[in-house]
Design a protein around this ligand. Structure first.
Ligand code: HEM
Length: 168
C-alpha cells in the first residue's frame, strides 16, 4: 500500500535527520569552532546542541509514531515475524531507548549547565576552576553525542537486518 511506503519514507527521513545531525555536529561543526576563548567555544557549542536537540525530539516523536505503524504492518503480514526478527527488534528498541535517554541527559542536564557556566562573567570570575568544569562538561556533552551516534549506527544495522529478514 502506498501509505505504508510513505510512512517508511518518513521513518527513514527522521532517522537520517537524527543520525546525520550527530555526524555533522561531531565531524564538521564542533571541529570548526576554533576560537581561542574556551568560554565562547563552549557557548556556541551549547547553542548548536540545544537547537539540534529540539530537532531531535521532533525526530524521536516521528520515529516512535511511524515505528509503531511499521510494527503493526509487519505483524499483520502474511508471514508473521519469526523469533530472530523479534530478538533483533527488541535489541533495536532497547538501543533506541538508550539513544533517547542519552539525548535527554544531554539536553536537560549538560547543555543548561554548559550555558550557565560558559557566560563571560562567570568564566571571568570562575578562573581555573571554571575552565576545568567547562572542559569536563564539554567532554561529557561530546561523549554523550558520540555514544548516541554509536548506538544510532547499530540501530541502523539492526533496521537493515530486520528489513532483510522481512523480505525473506
Ligand atoms: C520506538 C522506536 C522505533 C520503532 C518502534 C521502530 C520500528 C521499526 C519497524 C517495525 C521497522 C520495519 C522492520 C521490518 O521491515 O521488518 C523499522 C524499520 C526501520 N527503522 Fe525503525 N523503529 C524505531 C526507531 C528507529 C530509529 C531510532 C531509527 C534510526 C535511528 C530507525 C531506523 C529504521 C530504518 C532505517 C528502518 C528500515 C526502513 C526500510 O527499510 O524501509 N528506527 N522500524
Amino acid at each position: 500500500m502506498i501509505i505504508n511506503s510513505i510512512i517508511r519514507w518518513i521513518h527513514l527521513l527522521a532517522a537520517t535527520t537524527w543520525v546525520g545531525g550527530m555526524i555533522f555536529h561531531l565531524f564538521i561543526a564542533f571541529p570548526a569552532l576554533t576560537t581561542p576563548q574556551q568560554g565562547q567555544r563552549v557557548t556556541v557549542n551549547a547553542t548548536i546542541l540545544s537547537r539540534f536537540l529540539k530537532v531531535v525530539w521532533v525526530s524521536v516523536g516521528v520515529l516512535i509514531l511511524t515505528g509503531i505503524w511499521n510494527l503493526n504492518v509487519r505483524i499483520h503480514q502474511a508471514v508473521p515475524p519469526d523469533f530472530s526478527w523479534w530478538v533483533a527488534f527488541l535489541i533495536k528498541f532497547l538501543l533506541v531507548l538508550g539513544m533517547i535517554s542519552m539525548s535527554g541527559k544531554l539536553h536537560f542536564a549538560i547543555v543548561p549547565k554548559l550555558k550557565e557556566i560558559a557566560t563571560p562573567p562567570s568564566t571571568a570570575s570562575g578562573g581555573e576552576g571554571g575552565e576545568t568544569e567547562l572542559a569536563t562538561l564539554q567532554k561529557k556533552a561530546m561523549g554523550l553525542t558520540r555514544g548516541t551516534l554509536l548506538l544510532g549506527i547499530v540501530v541502523l544495522l539492526l533496521a537493515a537486518y530486520l528489513t532483510l529478514l522481512s523480505s525473506g
